[in-house]
Design a binder for this molecule. Structure first.
Ligand code: C2O
Ligand code: CU
Ligand code: CU
Length: 485
């Protein structure tokens, strides 16, 4: 069995293509004038598979590192138990787990368990700072269904920069039910994690964060795509059912995923768990923080090449695949994945409204951007509790995007179910109808969902957050705090 991990990742650029044409390099310098020599991207890099950690106690170390993303430059990075990104943690529903996070950086940070249902003080949000040299323990019982979640820092005002520098990893929940479905589940062989990100590299090969004021406004994007932390990722996949767990781990970029030959795939899960039935799709949109699992049938395609691309950006490749002989029985995807009761509007005790807005624009761009992005007219304040939500009570939340740009909306501590977009149920895509914790709210759109917090009340010392997951918007105020009472 081949096991590829971040630790055994060979140096990149094994076969650097030294005859890069100018057009493939354009994006490196397109937004700024770079007079010095441009750095070379490797023509291909083997897709690293994050180390899979199982058990109930996990040691995670936030640390500085360096990585050779580019063939001719070394980049300063942050990583978790490694130089860039982190391991994948797999836990089981019902287990009591302990996540021990040591901060070996020279700045404070936090680690938030995005998508997890847990006590507020274990959430790893802005109130659970870890000072340099300290270890913070998050201990809780897993009380949720199988899902592909993730972790990333969440320090007030610093989240975007710390994630951009490399701090993120997957947190997978399994349960007894999903194990009965016969889904592809051999890690790194037919169960492939894909952390999709984009970065902007300076001419000297460093990760440049917010080189222009507009990056803070629009959110930080870059023209170079990283998949599991490498540029131009390639992998071999067996000609059988293959499952991808895709995380949009980018700060701000929205992707439109599809295969280069346009073939259909089956989406099997949304952020917080399985869909009831697989959805057949030829492309799917993924905003920052969202996850999907999809399954594609590669049987009969031995010897072929295929890529996963971003249709939002001229079909830029995310992953190049060479299909090899199957090494297993070709699997069969079940017709029913899960059955769950969906709450209906009549179950809601109350409606809450969240207005996403941008302020402070009239005077033009200035350095004081901290109050530029608001929810219900207010920028995030760690000393203010915005919502007090009763436990075990269904509510309708309505999120109105009053701006001319796309945002999304993420809530900690609970999953939610979409009701409608712009008042129409059919504007909720079939692929959004599973449990969600992050939802796209396009420019001018209004989205309603049903949400209920269970199991844990919180107090003002450890509230849950709700925010836009474009990290620069979150850091600039588009976030609020809730407690469950
Ligand atoms: Cu993924 Cu509050 O964050
Ligand atoms: Cu979160
Ligand atoms: Cu936003």
């Amino acid at each position: 069995m081949k096991r590829r991990t971040f630790l055994t990742l060979p140096l990149l650029g094994l076969t650097p293509l030294l005859t890069h044409c100018n057009s493939s390099m354009d994006h490196l310098g397109s937004r700024r004038n770079l007079s010095s020599t441009l750095s070379l991207e490797p023509s291909s890099s083997i897709l690293p598979i994050p180390e899979l950690m199982t058990g109930t106690s996990f040691d995670l170390k936030l640390q500085k590192g360096t990585r050779q993303f580019l063939t001719d430059k070394t980049t300063d990075t942050y990583g978790i138990n490694g130089d860039f990104l982190g391991p994948a943690i797999k836990v089981r529903n019902g287990d009591n787990i302990s996540l021990n996070v040591t901060n070996n950086l020279s700045e404070s940070s936090t680690l938030h368990w995005h998508g997890m249902h847990l006590p507020g003080e274990m959430d790893g949000g802005p109130h659970q700072l870890i000072q340099p040299g300290e270890t913070w323990q998050a201990q809780y019982q897993v009380k949720q269904e199988a899902a592909t979640n993730w972790f990333h820092p969440h320090q007030e005002g610093e989240t975007g920069r710390q994630v951009y520098q490399g701090l993120a990893g997957l947190l997978i929940v399994e349960d007894d039910h999903i194990n009965t479905l016969g889904l592809p589940s051999t890690w790194g062989e037919d169960d492939i994690p894909l952390i999709v990100q984009d970065r902007y590299f300076t001419a000297d090969g460093q990760l440049s964060y917010l080189p222009s004021a507009m990056d803070g406004m629009n959110g930080m994007t870059g023209g170079t795509y990283l998949t599991n932390g490498v540029i131009n990722a390639t992998t071999e996949l067996p000609a059988q059912l293959v499952r991808f767990r895709v995380l949009n781990g980018s700060n701000a970029r929205f992707y439109e995923l599809k295969f280069s030959d346009g073939h259909d795939f089956q989406q099997i899960s949304t952020d917080g768990g399985l869909l009831e039935t697989p959805q057949t799709l030829s492309q799917i949109s993924l905003s920052p923080g969202e996850r999907i699992e999809l399954v594609t049938d590669l049987s009969g395609r031995t010897g072929q090449q295929l890529s996963l691309v971003d249709a939002n950006n001229a079909n830029k490749p995310i992953l190049e695949m060479s299909i090899t002989t199957p090494n297993d029985q070709p699997g069969i995807l079940p017709e029913i994945l899960a059955s769950r009761e969906h709450p209906s509007e009549a179950d809601a005790a109350k409606t809450r409204t969240f207005e996403l807005n941008m302020g402070g624009m009239m005077g033009g761009m200035n350095n004081n951007q901290s109050e530029l992005f608001t929810i219900n007219g207010q920028a995030m304040d760690m000393n203010r509790i915005d919502e007090r939500v009763p436990i075990n009570t269904w509510e309708i939340w309505k999120v109105n995007n009053r701006t001319g740009m796309n945002h999304n909306f993420h809530v900690h501590g609970a999953s939610f179910y979409l009701l409608d977009r712009n008042g129409e149920f059919n504007q909720v895509a079939a692929y959004e109808k599973g449990p969600k914790d992050t939802v796209q709210v396009g420019a001018g759109d209004s989205v309603r969902f049903m949400i209920r917090f269970t199991d844990y009340t919180t107090d003002a010392t450890a509230p849950y957050m709700f925010h836009c997951h474009i990290l620069e918007h979150e850091d600039r105020g588009m976030m609020g705090q809730l407690i469950v009472i």
